[in-house]
Design a protein around this ligand. Structure first.
Ligand code: NAP
Ligand code: G4F
Length: 344
């Protein structure tokens, strides 16, 4: 009989890639989605898996809904990818973020304990928990110092995952994933904002790309590679926590440079801080500007992960390089516009 997996946050970037992977591996896949006036299935549709996933209404805020869902489906594996995942918004909606991202996973853990204690659990933890980094690079032993309500909420969920493993013997793993991107990335995150913005500029649909802190550094990988690690964590003999990262870091400005090149521009930079501008050498036009509205009250300046434990224990490997990732994202947005599709 095929194994049954429940994926929360199925309408998001990682949800789509993980569903595809689980279906390829013969799972019966249930996708937990949040009810809205129009459920967005475009990511699963782009990957061709929307019809194969059995959708179930689910909200992290509602304990009774979680309990009933688990009781009914009795999954073998549960991947909790659902979250208010946008760090910038967490400064505007800290209490909501704490409830969804901090207490939401606890609602799942309590429900598992009550009605499905044999189910294996994956919690989507984040490098944002390292925040003001206490060591370089960051690994599973690095102390946490979150710098946003999102990071603090995710840290609560991380420790709850560890605590339920140690207290009740649940097979519960926390994947501490560094930034991972793809053509399916939400458009408000900086990488996709850049790829979509440059594709629109290239097509005469937008004048400029307006960004915040260009100096922040991130360890950016490809989401398709990262969902393999999630699955692999739940196939081990023993539940544990793992850092997943590329081990390379680049600034936002470096991402813009690569993406601009992929979109056929040749950028030169001038000015400092908020006066900094990216000018296309070919046309002389300003393509990139900086605006304070995109700065955060507290920034995570520098992230670089050490995934040696995942490579050693899980046999996890990176397949897509940074250059290829950027190229794929820009190409996908240019292709969507060429096909008359909106950039969602
Ligand atoms: P994403 O694209 O923003 O997807 C988030 C998903 O959560 C969406 O399906 C969203 O549904 C759902 N959701 C939001 N609030 C919910 C609620 N109250 N109840 C049920 N579902 C809810 O995020 P992602 O990039 O795929 O990331 C997946 C997970 O990994 C998230 O938990 C994120 O915090 C974490 N993470 C991501 C990264 C990264 O770089 N991508 C790195 C580390 C950790 P709607 O479509 O209805 O909004
Ligand atoms: O793309 P971002 O919004 O991602 P951030 O804050 O690193 O969070 C993402 O990765 C986390 C893992 O570390 C996940 F847990 C989280 O769910 C999410 O997926 O911002 C990246 C950097 C930041 O330093 C930000 O200040 O880019 C900087 N940035 C500069 N200009 C901008 C912009 N970010 C956004 N979103 N928009 C800008 O215009």
């Amino acid at each position: 009989m095929s194994r049954r997996a429940l994926v929360t946050g199925v309408t998001g970037q990682d949800g789509a890639y993980l569903c595809r992977l689980l279906l390829e591996r013969g799972y019966e896949v249930y996708g937990a989605y949040r009810r809205s006036a129009s459920v967005n299935l475009w990511r699963m549709e782009e990957l061709g898996v929307a019809k194969a996933v059995q959708l179930v209404p689910f909200d992290l805020i509602e304990l009774t809904n979680i309990l009933r869902t688990l009781e009914k489906i009795q999954p073998d594996e549960l991947y909790n990818l659902a979250a208010q995942s946008f760090v910038a918004l967490s400064f505007e909606q800290p209490i909501y973020t704490a409830d969804i991202d901090g207490v939401g996973p606890l609602r799942i853990l309590e429900s598992l304990r009550a009605v499905a204690p044999g189910c294996r659990f994956y919690q989507a933890s984040t490098s944002e928990m390292f925040g003001k980094v206490q060591a370089i690079p960051q690994n599973e032993a690095t102390p946490f110092y979150p710098r946003s309500p999102y990071g603090v909420a995710k840290l609560h969920a991380h420790w709850m995952t560890v605590n339920y493993r140690e207290s009740y013997g649940l097979f519960a793993c926390s994947g501490i994933l560094f930034n991972h991107e793809s053509p399916l990335r939400g458009i408000e995150f900086v990488t996709r904002k850049i790829s979509a913005g440059l594709a629109r500029i290239r097509n005469g649909l937008q004048e400029e790309l307006v960004l915040g802190n260009l100096e922040a550094k991130r360890d950016w990988g490809f989401a398709g590679d990262y969902v393999e690690a999630m699955h692999s964590m739940l196939q081990q003999e023993k539940a544990d926590d793992f850092v997943i990262a590329t081990g390379e870091t680049r600034s936002v400005q470096e991402f813009v440079d690569r993406a601009a090149e992929a979109a056929g521009f040749d950028l030169a930079w001038e000015g400092e801080s908020e006066a900094r501008r990216g000018i296309d050498r070919k046309s002389g036009k300003t393509l990139v500007r900086v605006a304070p509205e995109f700065y955060r009250p507290a920034e995570v300046d520098y992230l670089i992960g050490d995934a040696s434990k995942a490579r050693r224990v899980l046999g996890w490997k990176l397949r897509v390089s940074f250059a290829e990732l950027v190229e794929r994202m820009v190409r996908a947005d240019l292709d969507r516009l060429a096909a008359g599709k909106p950039l969602l």
